[in-house]
Design a protein around this ligand. Sequence first.
Ligand SMILES: *[C@@H]1O[C@H](CO)[C@@H](O)[C@H](O)[C@H]1NC(C)=O
Ligand SMILES: *[C@@H]1O[C@H](CO)[C@@H](O)[C@H](O)[C@H]1NC(C)=O
Ligand SMILES: *[C@@H]1O[C@H](CO)[C@@H](O)[C@H](O)[C@H]1NC(C)=O
Ligand SMILES: *[C@@H]1O[C@H](CO)[C@@H](O)[C@H](O)[C@H]1NC(C)=O
Ligand SMILES: *[C@@H]1O[C@H](CO)[C@@H](O)[C@H](O)[C@H]1NC(C)=O
Ligand SMILES: *[C@@H]1O[C@H](CO)[C@@H](O)[C@H](O)[C@H]1NC(C)=O
Ligand SMILES: *[C@@H]1O[C@H](CO)[C@@H](O)[C@H](O)[C@H]1NC(C)=O
Ligand SMILES: *[C@@H]1O[C@H](CO)[C@@H](O)[C@H](O)[C@H]1NC(C)=O
Ligand SMILES: *[C@@H]1O[C@H](CO)[C@@H](O)[C@H](O)[C@H]1NC(C)=O
Ligand SMILES: *[C@@H]1O[C@H](CO)[C@@H](O)[C@H](O)[C@H]1NC(C)=O
Length: 519
Amino acid sequence: MVSSSLAVSSLLVLPLLASALRVPRPPVIQKVDPPHAGPVVDRNGTELPPLNTTYYFDQLIDHNNPSLGTFKQRYWHTWEFYEPGGPIIITTPGEQDAAGFEGFLTNATIDGQIAQQQSGATIVLEHRYYGYSNPYNNLSVASLQYHTIQQAIDDLAYFAYNVKLPMPGGDNVTPDQAPWVLIGGSYAGALTSFTKVNKPDAFWAAWSSSGVVESIVNYWGYFDIIRKHMPQNCSADVQAVIAHIDEVFTSNDTDAINEIKQTFSMNLTHLDDFASALTGPIFDWQSLQPAGELTDLSFFEFCDALEVKNGVSAGPEGWGLDYALQAWGSYWNTTFLPENCYDQTIEECLGTYNASAPYYTDISVNNADRSWMWIVCNQMGFFQDGAPEGDPTIVSRLVTALYNERQCTYYFPQAFSTPPTPRVNETNKAYDGWFVQSDRLFFGNGERDPWRDATISADGTHFASTAQQPIAVGDGFHCSDLYTINAQVDPTIEAVQQEGLAAMAGWLEEWTAPAQSQS
Ligand SMILES: *[C@@H]1O[C@H](CO)[C@@H](O)[C@H](O)[C@H]1NC(C)=O
Ligand SMILES: *[C@@H]1O[C@H](CO)[C@@H](O)[C@H](O)[C@H]1NC(C)=O
Ligand SMILES: *[C@@H]1O[C@H](CO)[C@@H](O)[C@H](O)[C@H]1NC(C)=O
Ligand SMILES: *[C@@H]1O[C@H](CO)[C@@H](O)[C@H](O)[C@H]1NC(C)=O
Ligand SMILES: *[C@@H]1O[C@H](CO)[C@@H](O)[C@H](O)[C@H]1NC(C)=O
Ligand SMILES: *[C@@H]1O[C@H](CO)[C@@H](O)[C@H](O)[C@H]1NC(C)=O
Ligand SMILES: *[C@@H]1O[C@H](CO)[C@@H](O)[C@H](O)[C@H]1NC(C)=O
Ligand SMILES: *[C@@H]1O[C@H](CO)[C@@H](O)[C@H](O)[C@H]1NC(C)=O
Ligand SMILES: *[C@@H]1O[C@H](CO)[C@@H](O)[C@H](O)[C@H]1NC(C)=O
Ligand SMILES: *[C@@H]1O[C@H](CO)[C@@H](O)[C@H](O)[C@H]1NC(C)=O
């Protein structure tokens, strides 16, 4: 019963919100159902509160100035597998509303597998400025002043040292009294690595899944990984169509430009908006997972539309430009636009040049796109754009960092009078990015994850896997190693999970309480 109505992922099942059609898109983790719907019992057989019971922690608004007071930070918690002396295992779903992530308390995820193996308790903590964990009741630029990576790291440590958990003995499990394990996927995977670097004493061990540790402004690697792993006929045809559109759009040939607009039934004023809109179905790659229950196959529906002609699939070279262009246009008209834009005009749905549009001006809380843009524009970048000239590309080269940076000025005019370059060098310097060296920090990555190029397993890098900082790469997608069910269908992901579980067992055995004098 508990949260059984929270099917696999509302993010996947519901149509995407219009704002989510725009670039840049966040690196998110997805929800998963608990292993069973019945009541949860502890190891003594006592029935526990439902997994979706919400708890509140008094978190400091500003860790540099505690006199500003506190806000209510939401968390979820269970002690199904806990025995005194066991670890406290905590995660945050990162840049989204954390309600509905109760699966991360259970052994449907690696969090619960560690808890089950080590007799630990689990916690899901909502990240500040997402969901209903907000210092202020709006997301204005003034309110966002305390939305920084450092404050989020400080939240994790302050929580661990100060929370009184509702479980028996829960007021006696600070990091001085019990080992804490920090787990995160995606942005939260980066935060996990950053926290190990910045607060080495708070979390004894950690697991970073698809952790985007290196902040990158021009993150064209996102689409390059997709280009290499997608069906080759579809890749060839998408490249051909994009090359043609880029050529026409930079030619000043108005008739040819209008012909392309007509082919796609998409009369956008700005050609870079048009180019950006075409990334829509390609972003669906991020919703793939090995397990059928977790995956969304929209990406392949798009490729089928281009590659299956009269019931016959193209060979690896595709059908070529002429057919692919018409097929893509027809898919746009019959499927993509009706499914994504509903009754909005094309400009409302896919344009980005109206600074008065609601997605720029809506400052109400639980607007994850806005909160994420604040981090993107200031500290992390990750603008998913076309490849540089000379590299093959499945995304138009009209989609540039500046295309995104201009939008930063619309979202946050009080902060940016001109398009800002995100301060990624500062971020990478502060938290070591790819060059992290920490103890008892496990990295799990996926070969086909479009975010892999920002992880410690990026193409062209060769970071060594060590006993203190193992790096395990499976054949999965984004954060695939967090989900128990993926290991059941993909042995390479099972191997990642087993390696991480073994590392945790060894590290937790080594834990001893710090000497009293140090605490
Ligand atoms: C928890 O889940 C139950 C069953 O799905 C539901 O009735 C209840 O409203 C939920 N409680 C909260 C606080 O979300
Ligand atoms: C289970 O029972 C044992 C023995 O009475 C007790 O020490 C322990 O605290 C109980 N565990 C929980 C989670 O309540
Ligand atoms: C996962 O936990 C449930 C109890 O919540 C238990 O019934 C099940 O056996 C566990 N799964 C595995 C694979 O151990
Ligand atoms: C937003 O919250 C701030 C506090 O940070 C408050 O001063 C301001 O009045 C609020 N603005 C709006 C438009 O509600
Ligand atoms: C198109 O027009 C722009 C602005 O007039 C000019 O800078 C550019 O060189 C032209 N491109 C081509 C291919 O003619
Ligand atoms: C596109 O819109 C513009 C401005 O609204 C209009 O002048 C033009 O005729 C339209 N083009 C097409 C191909 O519909
Ligand atoms: C060609 O496209 C079809 C349909 O999308 C796909 O099933 C097949 O795997 C692709 N083949 C190659 C060689 O890329
Ligand atoms: C699809 O094309 C037809 C014929 O040109 C047009 O009437 C219809 O409005 C188009 N649909 C969309 C969603 O643009
Ligand atoms: C911009 O958006 C505002 C708010 O939705 C709307 O009133 C206005 O008409 C739009 N402007 C243009 C040029 O579309
Ligand atoms: C970051 O530092 C590198 C190397 O010093 C430099 O080339 C680059 O321009 C800097 N990037 C930003 C966004 O400041």
